[in-house]
Design a protein around this ligand. Sequence first.
Ligand code: ADE
Length: 445
Amino acid sequence: MAEKTWVRMVTAQTPTNIAVIKYWGKRDETLILPVNDSISVTLDPAHLCTTTTVAVSPSFDQDRMWLNGKEISLSGGRYQNCLREIRARACEVEDKEKGIKIAKKDWEKLHLHVASYNNFPTAAGLASSAAGFACLVFALAKLMNAKEDNSELSAIARQGSGSACRSLFGGFVKWIMGKAEDGSDSLAVQLVDEKHWDELVIIIAVVSSRQKETSSTTGMRDSVETSLLLQHRAKEVVPKRIKQMEEAIKNRDFGSFAQLTCADSNQFHAVCLDTSPPIFYMNDTSHRQVKIISCVEKWNCSAGTPQVGLFVCFSLFCLGQCASHSRSLTLKQVAYTFDAGPNAVLIAHNRKAAAQLMQKLLFCFPPSSDADLNSYVIGDNSILKDAGIEDIKDVEALPPPPEIKDAQRCKGDVSYFICTKPGRGPALLSDESQALLHPETGLPK
Ligand code: ADE
């Protein structure tokens, strides 16, 4: 008769993050060591997160992983590096109730099962691998009773995906580039937790869920090899910006925060354009919007004081330029940042600014007439109520943003909006019903 065996499981949930001072360029491709420090805001995992269950059992005969229900290979270098590093830190585990005892040395022989689920489209350019690798490393550390703190774990998650290291904390997080050749000092630290600046509202315009054409890895490599602007940025610009951004965050100085965030996003895209061959991370949709709104730039600049809506509808590039010309006139209410993809991330100073922003965004990018507003604006869509929008008729009746001359309505350009806010770091889910693996077989539920 087969010997009765056991399965030990841990389930964790980890947020994604969006960089406000961008990571672009590696000085070591295997260890994933960056050419500059970066700073991010962690997004509320209630709206965007990865849930991962990891399991160990003497009955498993190989390491296996399922991502969003589909089995994937763990043979890639990034997974192997994370698994090797975390196994090296595994400690003894004893669960008397279940009759489980795993000695430190047993971890080398035992196999793992991993099931991971992203609650947002993996290909939508919303940093799914950041949340994914952070969650994998955090969950394995708990399963294996590793004693490392989250900063130390971040240096392991970094080897899966660079920006994953920042997902080990909530609030605002700095990834220190480090100097050591072995990467041991390239890790994340929390600047402030999510309660420090909780009035911020983050609205993401998801433009398309198509896979991006240039992977970040290839793009970064090309930029490091060919862009002189990247060298200047890493050496001269980012070190100063990091200090200014830390101050702005500490003082909740939204004017400085927005100016730095927009300027850094623009410089990141300038580096992409300075790369040979040039990288265009904005797809046709965003370019159309940037064009539409170039007229807003004129208005913004001539009007002098950027206020709530002198923007945005992805005129965002333009606003950034205005903002930097009129730094002393800052009454900014919204910051924008674009990652290596076409989605716009808008950070509003507070709910009032977010409600006004939502009205302008919905004027410019209305849902199709038969769409359900609650699936077009997801996450914390109570902002809609603040904006006086209850149904599609209210959207149709929205006035054109006064700041935008001849504002056009572009149905279908945005797939959906996600309303969220700064959120917490990784958490363990102790309720077995939330596990993605079956407690007896260790296979996906
Ligand atoms: N890449 C994208 N999503 C991921 C996940 N949840 N875990 C690991 N890698 C990922």
